[in-house]
Design a protein around this ligand. Structure first.
Ligand SMILES: C[S@@+](CC[C@H](N)C(=O)[O-])C[C@H]1O[C@@H](n2cnc3c(N)ncnc32)[C@H](O)[C@@H]1O
Length: 264
């Protein structure tokens, strides 16, 4: 499958569930990323893969002049509505981060919180980050670690999913510093930080229900299965989250890295 068709499907997938509740559950990561980038009044800031806009809102509240975009028209609509409710002026657009309409060197800061990592063509993302960031400007990305936390949840979902299209990068490759050095190291001077945005909840069933209700990839997978297989997925995922039960309910560590870069 060509990536064009894949991304058309990914846009539909991300827009198939409203995402706001999941965004609320990763607010620790949004706060961490924005604090590290330290937005300034008037700064030209771009947030790619903005989803429902949480990073863009934080930067705009600090006075930055923010553009924000996402592959999913539905999520951009939600972000626009929430920005209006908060009285924030942000230039929103539906944009594929692999090929953006923004001018060369047009931003002082480019951010993406677990956003561009989901695009299949990692080299194209690296190229766009380098192109739109001005010399001396900065990027700040977050990425889930592979095989733990959200990475482990995707491993648990994998037997229920069709195989990924040939040549498509995995989002979890961005959670490995040496891989990111290979992708971005020529254009950016990089540094890495670690963080944790834990998953909490009353039960495995409640957490998985939230994912099916609010998270496009889980909703799409769930809805694509025949009833018997769907019931099996629901059981498997509820049991998966139950493995993280402690004294106060479920507490699953979800480690991520923050990738900070200065454009050479
Ligand atoms: C896990 S969500 C993160 C949303 C938001 N950055 C946040 O932290 O709340 C991933 C987002 O990346 C977007 N995305 C995936 N592939 C993309 C692409 N090729 N171009 C732009 N956005 C993309 C999805 O539509 C989705 O909104």
């Amino acid at each position: 499958m060509a990536f064009g068709e894949l991304k058309q499907r990914q846009g539909v997938m991300w827009g198939s569930a409203p995402f706001e509740e999941i965004a609320r559950q990763i607010s620790v990561m949004h706060d961490d990323l924005v604090a590290r980038l330290d937005p300034q009044p008037g700064q030209r800031w771009l947030d790619l893969g903005t989803g429902t806009g949480e990073v863009a809102f934080r930067a705009a509240r600090a006075g930055a002049q923010v553009s924000a975009s996402d592959l999913s028209p539905e999520l951009v609509d939600t972000a626009k509505r929430q920005a209006a409710e908060q009285g924030l002026e942000i230039d929103f657009a539906v944009v594929d981060a692999e090929k953006t309409p923004y001018g060369d060197a047009s931003f002082e800061v480019v951010s993406s919180s677990v956003g561009v990592i989901f695009a299949p063509d990692h080299r194209a993302i690296a190229g766009e980050l380098a192109r739109v960031t001005q010399p001396g400007g900065r990027i700040g990305l977050t990425a889930w670690r592979p095989n733990v936390g959200v990475g482990e949840m995707f491993v648990a979902m994998k037997p229920f999913q069709p195989p990924p299209p040939e040549g498509a990068g995995s989002p979890f490759q961005w959670g490995d510093e040496s891989y990111v050095e290979g992708l971005l190291g020529d254009a950016f001077e990089l540094e890495f930080h670690e963080g944790d945005s834990p998953q909490t909840g009353e039960s495995g069933e409640q957490i998985w229900d939230d994912y099916v209700s609010w998270y496009g990839p889980s909703r799409t997978l769930h809805d694509s299965l025949e009833p018997e297989r769907r019931a099996e997925l629901n059981r498997t995922m509820a049991e998966f989250f139950e493995r993280f039960r402690g004294e106060d309910g479920i507490h699953q560590s979800r480690p991520y890295i923050v990738i900070l870069g200065r454009r050479r």
